[in-house]
Design a protein. Structure first.
Length: 273
């Protein structure tokens, strides 16, 4: 784990705004009396947003005072979690994933765009619009390379579409969150290519031994409004089919076989001889 330190330059003070105080009261109210320290992570997060995207040292002390905690305890939390920024960031904070899948898919070229358009790492652009930082895996490997900008993911990047993305953000133009190509989520480009035949999802079967029984369609238990468990369903054709097949094979179903084994095991020694 990298060493995380507070920024060298700090503001003299930090005060809770009425809006931040209202948020603090709601967060603290979620926990029992005397357990207000449990709100430290969400309150630090809200404080970071109120402070312009980072946590100055006076803000950390203000959170400690509000929660009745020692300053060092809140500082330990703020320096442990990388979601908390300990130095100023731009209006748009770009976190570039540099882990192996993204690196193999072109993250180095995205890094060059950051260096050319914004400046060196941890540098806030002159107009305060951008800053960037290389981070560890952000969990969108299928859509590599990608970046997180503030709270949103931007995926399937190329140097060209990433540069346009930065230009659009700087100009205040609307941007597309997520994949920057035709992909939807993490499915293949152009849409799903396999298992698209509706007939695959309409399984019909006859129950052996019941010649007059109509074919039954296995219900999709994940469909809205349908039962989620066999106990909730008056008919379970799949289970009925399995039990009927097993009994037809050897004349006894699973329960009957278990009862026969149990009876044999509990029979007194020498009985029946």
């Amino acid at each position: 784990m990298s060493v995380r330190r507070l920024a060298a330059e700090q503001p003299e003070s930090f005060d809770f705004t009425p809006e931040l105080e209202a948020v603090a009261q709601k967060l603290i109210a979620k926990y029992p009396e005397g357990r207000q320290a449990s709100a430290v992570v969400p309150l630090l997060w809200e404080t970071q947003k109120a402070a312009g995207g980072w946590l100055p040292e006076p803000a950390i002390r203000a959170v400690a005072e509000r929660l009745g905690m020692a300053n060092i305890r809140v500082l330990e939390v703020a320096t442990f979690y990388t979601m908390f920024n300990l130095e100023p960031v731009g209006k748009y904070f770009v976190q570039l994933c540099g882990t192996t899948p993204c690196m193999l898919r072109g993250a180095e070229a995205i890094r060059h765009v950051c260096e050319r358009k914004i400046g060196h790492e941890r540098h806030v652009s002159a107009d305060g619009t951008f800053s960037w930082l290389e981070v560890e895996c952000l969990g969108a490997c299928t859509n590599a390379p990608m970046v997180q900008i503030n709270d949103d993911y931007y995926e399937d990047l190329t140097p060209e579409n990433f540069e346009k993305l930065l230009d659009d953000l700087a100009a205040g133009r609307p941007v597309k969150v997520g994949p920057q190509n035709t992909r939807q989520g993490s499915e293949p480009e152009g849409g799903a290519r396999v298992l698209t035949d509706p007939a695959l999802y309409a399984f019909k079967s006859k129950v052996p031994g019941f010649a007059d029984a109509p074919a039954t369609e296995t219900p999709d238990l994940l469909a809205a409004g349908l039962p989620r468990a066999a106990a909730e369903s008056p008919v379970d054709p799949t289970a009925a089919l399995s039990a009927a097949q097993e009994k037809a094979a050897d004349g006894a179903d699973t329960r009957e076989k278990r009862e026969a084994v149990a009876a044999e095991a509990t029979k007194p020694s020498g009985a029946g001889e």
